[in-house]
Design a protein around this ligand. Structure first.
Ligand code: ADP
Ligand code: MG
Length: 780
């Protein structure tokens, strides 16, 4: 597989050198795909000859490529020619030349940048089949469950021609179905599904329960979304933990507090702090003298979390309440987020505030980042309409090189320059007028907004102008897909958040083509130019006519959060439109600042996870060996028998052996859970130590490594202790008084919209942790 092999250690010196050289040559992370053109021509020639074969002879040819490694160019060409002909016959689509170029490039280890609507799904089939015929187990990672199901279904007959099985793993499947699906040659799933199943696997007590076989090859659709946008999302598996009664009672006290009396909210509504009266009320309620004493840090933190939930978190803005549950509104995606929770205490505090049943206190059993899942594959490739925008990061973080695939037909989409307004109100009014005019002319319009609330507000403005818009705020991807697919109909007006309905093709009706094709209108740009580009890509697919334009204002979050503008525009139209040329690049500027901040945040997050990831691998190795390797089990138990005592032990009898193994696993898992808990506490505490000028990361790693070193020994000693105390007739963990979580659930930890608890703690004690001020823009 040549360069397709393995994501390398991100810190290796030569890779950094390579990245530097490429950057020097001003082509960071990019690959020139022209070198593959001769292979594509060879495929075209060879597949023309296959037209003549009958189906049976073609199947026979398909069988022939099995278990060749495709490292040889001739084998690769042969395989793609057959796959191409199979696609023509079974799927009714003959891959275009550019699709073949994409497939060759991906099978040779490159990531490809291919515009929206150019047929990446079909490319995915060709590549997945190419990897699977060589004997690899392939995961095609889709953007959501709906697309995973759709694509697995659509590709099945092509895979079958090669004797390959194919299945999707989606929500709602039970353990047995998942297990079976993962045993297919080609598996369609989201990276989250795979990550959650890996976490479940690590909790199992019998090897036969294992869901996911070793990760092998991944073909990642919308690769920048997975490896950049979602990379740092922690996937968590939790079990029910011990109740924490003091939190409930604190919530009661805080709920009765009043702004300006017991606490103060800052001007931007980002921070809140108790004042003296508030602290006195808490101290009285808790019966403590000084809530700031070291011993009460836990209580103080819980009180702040409760206050935060009470004073800052707003129903229908940060979350909604549906079916008795708090469901998060994801800011970045502007929609209700599935399976997301805030960090534990905050989530419970909001449930209390809304008078809902508080979900059992969760105990985090294990967690890992989305990026860690992706890095677990031996081979990774991928595709996206905005991969080039992400090429530097893909190269630096994952050693992947990205090349551009030309469009099948020349693109004729017109990207208008931004229209910048003084205020968001003026921006919206002008945008609404534009939509009305386009609609009157029969042109379909797709409006992209930052949030569900924005969508609804804007639809209201449109209604006031007599334009009925469809608002996409569906809570499930399948329903969204149906609506977005119709966004290209004559005079259709669709308002949607950026992520909604992605991966779904928008076909233009003939009358809409005549009216100029789809108009994509963005209300405010996103934090990154890459996301802007993604939305624009909705217009002008496959050589269709189309237009895109962004209506922006100085009020937009991206601008206000990242820049301080200390000058007034000189030339402004009556409707608020800014003509002053000095403001032209303001958004680019703000986005660069935003991207820089995000990059820094990712680097920090990753650095805090590096040691833990290594420790987890070691811990899992031990666990896996206990489950699967009898000799290793003997070793471990021998170690247990000598932990704390040199007496031989009655548990060495073979018929007891099974329970002893379970006890050993139980204590190993407990030790790991405790370790994670400690790390979470230290991470918060470490931030407090920044003021003391110690390097927080060094400090963190020291504590983590030290604790991890003791972990195995502590688990062995605890195992011995349990077994010593056990009665002769014990047969289950419960008999031994050990409780495993009665249920586990998985979720993603959502970013707290107001920053981490440590951040808030700091602001509360009046120290400026946030440090850097936004850069000021002034040209005068
Ligand atoms: P992308 O993921 O790149 O945005 P899709 O895979 O959703 O694009 O494909 C867009 C549309 O193009 C789909 O309707 C698909 O059926 C069609 N299509 C893709 N490749 C071909 C082909 N070679 N011949 C005909 N139609 C194709
Ligand atoms: Mg797609």
């Amino acid at each position: 597989m040549g360069r397709l092999e393995q994501l390398r250690d991100p810190s290796s010196w030569w890779r950094r050198a390579v990245v530097l050289v490429r950057r020097f040559r001003q082509e960071p992370g990019t690959a020139n795909l022209r070198r593959f053109a001769p292979l594509v021509e060879a495929v075209l020639r060879e597949r023309a000859a296959l037209h003549e074969l009958d189906d049976e002879a073609l199947s026979e040819r398909a069988g022939r490529t099995a278990n060749t490694d495709l490292a040889d160019d001739g084998d690769l060409v042969g395989h793609l020619a057959v796959a191409s002909e199979v696609a023509r016959r079974r799927l009714g689509m003959e891959p275009f030349e550019v699709q073949l170029l994409a497939a060759v490039s991906m099978l040779r280890g490159r990531v490809v940048d291919m515009e929206t609507g150019e047929g990446k799904t079909l490319v995915g089939f060709l590549v997945a089949a190419g990897l699977a015929v060589t004997g690899r187990r392939v995961h095609v990672l889709s953007a959501n469950d709906y697309l995973a199901g759709r694509d697995a279904h659509a590709g099945a007959s092509l895979f079958a021609a090669f004797g390959l099985s194919c299945a999707a793993v989606v929500d709602g499947m039970d353990h047995a179905d998942r297990r079976a699906a993962y045993r297919s040659d080609v598996v369609y799933a989201t990276v989250h599904q795979v990550g959650f199943d890996l976490l479940r696997d690590r909790q199992r007590f019998e090897d036969a329960q294992r869901l996911v076989p070793d990760l092998d090859a991944a073909v990642i659709d919308e690769i920048d979304a997975v490896l950049l946008d979602d990379a740092m999302v922690p996937l968590v598996i939790a079990g029910d933990g011990e109740p924490r009664p003091e939190e409930a009672s604190l919530a009661g006290v805080v709920a009765a507090m009043t702004a300006g009396v017991d606490y103060e909210v800052d001007g931007e509504r980002r921070n809140v702090s108790f004042n003296e009266a508030g602290i006195a009320a808490l101290e009285e309620h808790l019966g403590v003298d000084d809530l700031y004493a070291k011993d009460h840090v836990g209580l103080l933190t819980a009180a702040h979390v409760a206050l935060h939930a009470h004073a800052l978190m707003e129903c229908d803005v940060h979350y909604i309440v549906a079916e008795g549950q708090v469901r998060l509104v994801n800011d970045a995606r502007g929609r209700v987020a599935d399976r997301q929770r805030w960090p534990d205490g905050l989530h419970a505090a909001i449930e209390r505030k809304e008078g809902l049943e508080v979900t059992a206190p969760a105990e985090v059993l294990d967690q890992m980042l989305v990026e860690t899942v992706a890095r677990g594959y031996r081979v990774v490739t991928g595709m996206s309409g905005t991969a080039l925008d992400a090429s530097v990061r893909l190269a630096e973080d994952l050693d992947l090189r990205t090349g551009a695939i030309p469009t099948n037909r020349p693109g004729i989409r017109v990207d208008e320059p931004d229209r910048l307004y003084l205020t968001a109100e003026q921006r919206d009014a002008a945008a609404a007028d534009r939509v009305r005019a386009a609609h009157a002319a029969g042109q379909p319009v797709l409006i992209g907004t930052a949030s569900v609330a924005d969508s609804e507000r804007f639809a209201g403005l449109l209604a006031g102008r007599g334009v009925a818009a469809v608002v996409l705020n569906a809570k499930n991807d399948a329903a969204e897909a149906g609506i977005i697919a119709r966004a290209g109909e004559h005079a259709a007006v669709t308002v949607s958040t950026q992520m909604a309905g992605r991966g779904v093709d928008i076909r233009l009706a003939p009358r809409a083509v005549a009216a100029g094709g789809l108009l994509v209108l963005g209300l405010g740009r996103y934090d990154s130019a890459r996301l802007d580009h993604q939305l624009r890509g909705r217009a002008g697919r496959q050589g269709d006519p189309g237009r895109s334009v962004y209506y922006t204002s100085l009020d937009d979050d991206v601008v206000t959060e990242h820049l301080v503008i200390n000058m007034d525009p000189r030339t402004v139209d009556a409707d608020g439109r800014i003509r002053d040329k000095r403001f032209r690049r303001i958004y680019e500027h703000a986005q660069r600042v935003a991207e820089g901040k995000l990059l820094q945040l990712h680097r920090t997050t990753r650095r805090y996870h590096t040691a833990t990831d290594q420790h987890r691998r070691l811990q899992l190795d031990t666990r896996e060996r206990l489950l699967t390797d009898p000799a290793a089990l003997e070793d471990h138990l021998a170690h247990v028998w000598t932990a704390g005592s040199d007496q031989p032990h009655r548990w060495t009898r073979p018929d007891r052996r099974r329970l002893a193994t379970e006890v050993a696993l139980y204590h190993l898992d407990r030790a790991w859970t405790r370790h994670l808990h400690l790390l979470a506490e230290v991470r918060e505490g470490i931030h407090l130590r920044v003021l003391g000028r110690q390097d927080p990361l060094d400090e963190f790693n020291l504590i983590a490594t030290d604790d991890f070193r003791r972990l195995a020994q502590a688990a062995a000693a605890a195992t011995r202790h349990t077994l010593d105390a056990a009665s002769e007739d014990a047969t289950t963990l419960a008999d031994l008084g050990l409780r495993r979580p009665s249920s586990t659930w998985t979720y993603m930890v959502a970013d707290n919209p107001f920053g981490s608890e440590a951040d808030r703690f700091f602001e509360f004690i009046g120290q400026a942790l946030r440090g850097s001020q936004p850069p000021a823009i002034s040209y005068t």
